[in-house]
Every structure is written in C-alpha cells, then in structure tokens.
Design a protein around this ligand. Structure first.
Ligand code: SF4
Length: 345
C-alpha cells in the first residue's frame, strides 16, 4: 500500500504540473477490472480521467457476427465458443436461447476435440485480439478434422486506436496499452501514433505507474511508447506466436461494434487455410445490423460515454438481464461497473 500511496502522490503532483485536465484511455477489460476492483478512480487526482475503449473482445464483436453464429447453430451445426459469448444479444435472441447445439469450451483445442468425436460439422466462434489468435492459428496449422471450421471474429488493436485518434471524438491525451496483447505483439507497432503511450501491468501500483508515466510525457511534451510492464512485455513480443498468426491469418476490413468498418482491423483465414473458414464453407454473409435498443455500448466502447450514462444501467440491464454485450462479458465495462458499484469516473 505504501507504494500505491507514493505513486498516487507523484501522480497528483504530475497532474498539477500539467495545468489542464487529462483524458487517457485503456484498451483492456482486465485493466478496467483492476481499476474498479482496487477503487483506483477514487484515488486519481482531480482533472485526470481514465476511460475504457474497445478493449473487450466480446463487446466489440458486432451484432452481425453474433447473428451469424446463431444462424449456424439454428441450422444444425455444433457451435463451440467461450462462455462469455453465450448471452450476448443478437437481433433475435442469443446463442444461449436459440435452441441449437451450442457448447461452451475453454479454447479452440476443446472445439477440435469435439470435431474429432463426431461426423457433424463443428464451428468454433473465435473472438479475441492478438492474444487468442495465435492459439487458433496453432490449432489450424495442425490440420484438424475436415468437419471443423472457424468463424473468425478476431480483431487487431492498433487499427482501432488509429481510428480513435483520427476521429478525435474522445479527445484523448494518451493510451495505457494492453499488457496482455503486448506480450504477444510487443509495442513497436504502436510507435507510429503521435500520443503518449505506456504498456502497463495489472496490479494497482502498475496501473498508477502507467498513468504517472503518461502524465509526465504530457508535461514534458513527449510522445513515445514506454514499457511499465517489462516483466512480461518486450519490444518485439513473441515472434513465434506472431509468425504463426501471420501464416494462418491475413488482415481484413471489418466492422466493430460502435465503429464503422476499419481497414485491416480483423483477421480472416489465408487461402491455404480457407477450407476451415466457416464463412466460406457455409456461405455466410455478415451484414451491418441496426441497433434496436437504448443500449449505448457503442458510445461506451468509443470512450465517449460511461456505463452510468446509460439509462438502462443496473435497472433494465443487469448481468442477469443483459441488454448489451458490455453487461454480459466479464471484460465488459458495464458488467465491471455493476459488479464493483462504480458510480462515475
Ligand atoms: S448498461 Fe446495458 S444497455 Fe446500457 S450500455 Fe451497458 S450493456 Fe448497453
């Protein structure tokens, strides 16, 4: 606790030196959970705000992809996916309520095991950032059974950051970079962004240290990528995992929930692995789907609204009665704020 108090005091001094309000974004559900669990917003100096961006992979999966997954289950395929995806509302119901054969798995290898024991088609709904894509790539590189396929809903973090900076909607002064993603990717790719960025860990003192380093960059007029999580992250990341991901996947232009189509921000299977592409195999077209509820997940994911700005938050929308994905996923801002009773940043 002494370290936390010390860093918090240094942060207060640094924010005072900035002479203006500061607005930082993190892009990681685990960061949001750490901030909420430790009550860090209550120790942040006045004038410093940290918002969550599109850092929950389930939340940023657009409704069109959820609808496609539901359609696969309704048409008799075995759909295997992570538990967090089950209750995400689609246009009509969810994977949990659709009545199809939907199985929760801990990872792609379990979905492959299901395919090995049946003649039926098994589709793995594969969501996640650069953290999970290499694992899926590794499974496909082993050439699993022919009745196995993947609906790739993967997203890449840097193109979304670029979009956020280009739009300027959230008026960001810097990014706390996602530690888990950077374990795989390293942080060289982030050096092209002209704002302060710090790779941060997930303990209370590590998050505060990341915010302190960001603030000092602002005060000193610098914008570089600094690493406050060196015990896990290196500049070049995990080259083997990256090579595997690039062997199996190629970038694709995809929509994110709350965002338009962002160039090269998703991953689709390369031609050599197309036989495992569920979209190709089953002729799936993923179309943009209009929002029909008062859910403001789209604005929460862009960092321009907080969960408590939503009139449904903790009323009509709770973890038991989720209206939007941010209340379903354990990495979703609304679910985290509901769980830890966060009131405002
Ligand atoms: S509280 Fe529910 S309805 Fe509101 S933004 Fe969050 S997930 Fe959407």
């Amino acid at each position: 606790m002494a370290v936390v108090r010390e860093v918090a005091q240094a942060l207060e001094d640094a924010v005072g030196s900035a002479g203006r309000d500061l607005n930082f974004m993190h892009i990681c559900g685990t960061h949001e959970a750490a901030i909420a669990r430790h009550g860090l917003r209550s120790v942040l100096p006045k004038g410093l705000r940290i918002v969550m961006g599109p850092g929950c992979p389930v939340c940023i999966t657009p409704q069109g992809e959820i609808d496609a997954a539901i359609a696969l289950a309704e048409r008799g395929r075995i759909v295997a996916t992570y538990g967090d995806l089950l209750r995400v509302p689609g246009t009509n119901g969810s994977l949990e309520s659709c009545g199809g054969d939907v199985r929760v798995v801990q990872g792609v290898h379990k979905a492959v095991e299901i395919a090995e024991k049946t003649d039926r088609e098994v589709v793995f709904i594969s969501v996640g950032f650069e953290t999970t894509a290499p694992t899926v790539a590794a499974a496909l590189a082993t050439r699993p059974p022919k009745n196995f396929s993947v609906l790739s809903c993967h997203r890449l973090v840097p193109p979304a950051m670029e979009w956020l900076l280009d739009q300027g909607e959230a008026a960001l002064d810097g990014f706390l970079l996602p530690g888990h993603v950077c374990v795989v990717t390293g942080y060289r790719e982030y050096e092209r962004f002209p704002v302060p960025q710090v790779v941060a860990g997930f303990e209370a003192d590590e998050v505060l240290l990341g915010l302190l380093m960001l603030t000092r960059q602002v005060v000193e007029g610098r914008h570089v990528v600094e690493n406050a999580y060196p015990r896990a992250v290196s500049c070049d990341g995990n080259p083997k995992a990256l090579a595997l991901m690039r062997e199996v996947f190629e970038p694709a232009d995809v929509e994110w929930r709350g965002f338009p189509v962002i160039p090269a921000s998703g991953l689709r299977l390369r031609p050599a692995y197309r036989e495992y592409d569920a979209q190709e195999r089953f002729g799936i077209r993923i179309a943009p789907t209009p929002k029909t509820t008062a859910c403001i997940c789209d604005r929460v994911l862009r960092g321009v609204a907080e969960p408590t700005d939503c009139r449904l938050f903790s009323r009509a929308c709770t973890p038991r009665t989720p209206v939007g994905p941010c209340m379903v996923s354990h990495e979703g801002a609304c679910r985290i704020w509901h769980q830890y009773q966060v009131t405002t940043s």
